[in-house]
Design a protein around this ligand. Structure first.
Ligand SMILES: N[C@@H](CCC(=O)N[C@@H](CS)C(=O)NCC(=O)O)C(=O)O
Length: 217
């Protein structure tokens, strides 16, 4: 079955999906669709116009979380990224949702958007907003996640899950926006991020992202 991902490499949701596919050993083609400038045919894949979407053969689906869940169900013999028990699976979903819906407005749609996307479109960067996000909003979330992770290697159980990938994908966008996780304040989270970033699946994606970023700057 041929699998196509529609989206853009710098989107954290597209990145999460590509990592999920790679960790499962599923091959795919990326067809670039830019957010906010989607072709009209893309609305048939996602009427909301958001990336990513996929086609797996004739089957079309949108939303990174929904697609990753579909991949678990459709390819149950491949590496699972959703934990081993009902409780673990619920915790993975919670943390994936936490990263996608609580971190993304700050790491991606504030830091990355203001520092990278806006200037690339000739729009100003609202540095006051970035500073408020970095100093007042993100620390509360990182404190919670640091405490949740504790000294474990992964957020849930003893293996990689979508919780780790979703978190790391948001931090990548923050880093693209020029900000690192403070390893003095959040040592466990910073170590987790370094481990996920070092994985071959992430290393395979980042050079292309760096090239795009360099062009945007
Ligand atoms: N919950 C969605 C979020 C997708 C999303 O917000 N994608 C952004 C790009 S990072 C987008 O396409 N924005 C365009 C728009 O909202 O029109 C998912 O996980 O796929």
């Amino acid at each position: 079955m041929s699998l196509t991902v529609y989206g853009a490499p710098l989107s954290p949701f597209v990145r999460k999906l590509c990592l999920c596919l790679a960790e499962k050993g599923l091959s795919y083609e990326l067809e670039v669709v830019l957010p906010f400038d989607q072709p009209s045919w893309f609305l048939e894949l996602n009427p909301l116009g958001r990336i990513p979407a996929i086609k797996d053969g004739d089957f079309a689906l949108a939303d990174s979380g929904v697609i990753c869940q579909y991949l678990e169900d459709q390819y149950p013999d491949l590496t699972s990224l959703l934990g081993k028990t009902a409780e673990q699976s619920a915790k993975v979903r919670w943390l994936e949702k936490y990263a996608d819906y609580e971190l993304s407005p700050l790491t991606t749609f504030a830091v990355f958007q203001q520092r990278i996307l806006n200037p690339s479109k000739g729009l100003p960067c609202d540095e006051n907003l970035v500073q408020a996000v970095l100093n007042e909003k993100l620390p509360l979330h990182f404190d919670y996640l640091e405490q949740t992770l504790g000294s474990a290697q992964y957020f849930v159980g003893d293996s990689l899950s979508l919780a780790d990938l979703a978190f790391a994908c948001q931090v990548v966008n923050m880093e693209h926006g020029g900000e690192c996780l403070n390893e003095q304040r959040w040592p466990n989270l910073a170590a987790l991020y370094a481990r996920i970033k070092a994985r071959p699946t992430m290393q395979a994606l980042l050079p292309r992202e760096q090239k795009i970023l360099a062009k945007m700057k």
